[in-house]
Design a protein around this ligand. Sequence first.
Ligand code: LMR
Length: 331
Amino acid sequence: MFKPLWKAVFCVLALTAWGTALAAEPIVIKFSHVVAEQTPKGQGALMFKKLVEERLAGKVKVEVYPNSTLYNDDKEMEALLLGEVQMIARSLAKFEQYTKTVQLFDLPFLFEDIAALDRFQLSPEGQKLLKSMESKNITGLAYWHNGMKQLSANKPLRKPEDARGLVFRIQTSEVLAEQFKAVDAKAQPMIFSVVYQALRAGVVNGTENPYSNFYNQKLHEVQKYVTETNHGALDYMWITTSDFWNGLPPDIRTELDKIVAEVTTYTNGEAERLNQQDKQYVLNAKTTEIITLTPEERNAWREKMKPVWARFEKEIGPDLLKAAQAANQAQ
Ligand code: LMR
């Protein structure tokens, strides 16, 4: 007669024990990226892991997979959306499939320097872009800097005409393809992990990178010249899925929000130093000549590339473009 009652008690006890075991399992955040650990993004990911280990030990565990060891840049977004990884920091050039507005960041000669880019990213317009892909289950946590991009090739590029006929590897971005067309060159989209081999084999002749990616991918071994054009920036949006982020227990989410802000300050503070250090390493290697341009020479590149803006202005939004330009004036 008492059997059903005992059964019920047993079930409650079993469920409680199972629940406790589940609660004791740490939340795992897999952070996948495609660059070396010594780069700004690589260092940012490691700092995130360190702070989470210090402050959320036993509750959250971070696993960092650098250098495309888990996913290449053509697969990392899919992996994020499928829940195979929980965080990536994706180049702003690689979002056009999800939103056209973020293409803004690729427009050549838009931001004078990283300080201007930083001002825009921290402005209300810049912050709004972090949330512009929520309907696609993508939440932007923060922007991370890498650095200003430089052109490279196996011939000296001083004038825009020097690029004529060359094939440049680009990140998958319509804007970047147009940028190279504007100087009568060809653009070949390609995943990051194969760029060294492609340059070595002569499948492409040149590329564009901040010094940190250029040096850490050993591109100085396969490119004889870098031209310091500073014609654009390579920055990242650190993203997760809205489902994952909104589903976190509130106390953990509050602590993670604080860590995200702290890690972003750290990463963005280190980016310029790391790029300057890698520029020095390129010089030390003595394989690659760094060409600096006079203001007039740089202006010739700007004149050729800037017309690209007109083609994308409508889909990006003229007001956003204006806000970005305004960031060039220091307050
Ligand atoms: C590239 O493909 O060149 C970059 O997006 C790689 C990176 O993540 O810095």
